[in-house]
Design a protein around this ligand. Structure first.
Ligand SMILES: O=C(O)CCC(=O)C(=O)O
Length: 372
């Protein structure tokens, strides 16, 4: 795709794959081998023996953090809850987050309609060979690689100069309008949460602003069709996110997102009007490992679809990625190396998704191992 905007950035490519939504429309009873993660004689991917139903990710009331006197005990206790959630879970749900219900409803409706577009229309928005933005899948690097039971649409939304202008132009106008509004609100929310985290961690507020004020935001809309063999497929391979903070909107009431906690998969139950927040690899790096980006995955179901939108927020393009200097000064050690953000992203998208392996590559001890 040619860009009108010379500055827009191509972070990577992914092999073009067929639409799973179209495949699921055919009345198939078996899924093609490329989606089968395990043969049927093995232990199923999803086991009922790992009963984690008593575990759930923490819920943080943001109104308490945003609107209560920061000297009060109510504030301190909610901030400490946020800090503990980011350290121990890497995931939490937020309520009273300030993104209005009508906007959430409008955006949801437009995303649901977007995935209902006829294939001829979607084709115009499909990924191109040299750029992974658009409909398709990400991180597909070989014809042998297993695929997710999912169609997604990926787009860079902020800052404006990084947008693929032509892709934006082709979006249905109402979706585009709602996406603009949602993107603005979610950036505000991400900045506000990052500000609270900086307080909890003792990171210098100015350093945090320099890193994030003009941050990179992208969105990934996920559609998981019903799957005839849900126990053999995955909607989303286990992975951690490359960004700093992800804000996930679960559009449907169907459960599917699972977080790895102490070796077990814990389901993140959609709560009305809540958003799911998770720590990404960049935040683990900036916090020098204090906050953890946790592996997560999505499972699929035989008779029901599921939709979600993940909005990824990362530091600004010109910044160098590495542990916050104000934190390293306190801790006297840097656990991750420093690289320009662009180099980091290009490295991430050039690989097959594989748990937290890319973060390991950024670790100083890993670097030492490779050098010796
Ligand atoms: O659909 C979900 O709940 C998971 C989505 C996700 O992990 C992602 O888009 O990065």
């Amino acid at each position: 795709m040619e860009n009108h905007n010379d500055e827009s950035i191509n972070f990577g490519r992914s092999l073009i794959v067929p639409s799973v939504q179209e495949l699921a429309k055919k009345s198939i009873t078996k899924i093609p081998p490329r989606y089968v993660r395990q043969d049927h004689n093995q232990k199923p991917l999803i086991t009922s023996s790992d009963d984690t139903s008593n575990l759930s990710v923490p819920v943080i009331d943001l109104h308490t953090l945003f609107a209560t006197d920061s000297g009060s005990s109510t504030y301190s206790s909610e901030l400490s809850k946020l800090h503990t959630a980011a350290k121990q879970w890497g995931f939490f749900q937020v309520i009273n987050h300030g993104v209005s219900e009508p906007l959430l409803e409008d955006f949801k409706r437009e995303v649901l309609n977007f995935f209902k577009l006829p294939m001829e229309e979607k084709q115009k928005l499909w990924q191109e060979e040299d750029n992974h933005e658009g409909f398709g899948q990400l991180f597909v690097v070989s014809e042998e690689q297993k695929l997710d039971w999912c169609d997604m649409f990926y787009i860079t939304t902020l800052p404006h100069n990084l947008r693929q202008f032509q892709l934006f132009q082709k979006l249905p106008p109402v979706l585009r309008e709602k996406l603009e509004a949602y993107s603005t609100e979610i950036k505000k929310l991400a900045m506000a949460i990052l500000g609270q985290m900086a307080k909890a961690l003792g990171i210098d507020g100015e350093e945090m602003s320099e890193l994030f004020d003009d941050g990179v935001q992208s969105m990934r809309m996920n559609y998981y069709p019903p799957c005839p063999e849900p126990e053999s497929a995955l909607g989303f391979t286990p992975h951690s996110d490359a960004d700093a903070l992800t804000i996930l909107y679960q559009l449907t009431e169907t459960e599917g997102l699972q977080v790895r906690k102490d070796g077990k998969w814990v389901s993140v139950k959609p709560l009305p009007n809540a958003l799911v927040v998770n720590i990404g690899d960049i935040m683990e790096i900036i916090t020098n490992g204090v906050y953890k980006s946790i592996e997560h995955r999505a499972i699929v179901h035989s008779n029901i679809e599921r939709l979600s939108v993940a909005t990824f927020y990362s530091s600004s393009m010109g910044t160098e990625l590495g542990p916050a200097r104000s934190l390293v000064a306190q801790q006297n050690i840097a656990n991750f190396r420093r690289v320009p953000l662009e180099e980091y992203f290009k490295g991430f998208f050039a690989r097959k998704l594989d748990g937290k392996s890319f973060l390991d590559y950024m670790k100083v001890e890993e670097l030492k191992k490779n050098v010796t």
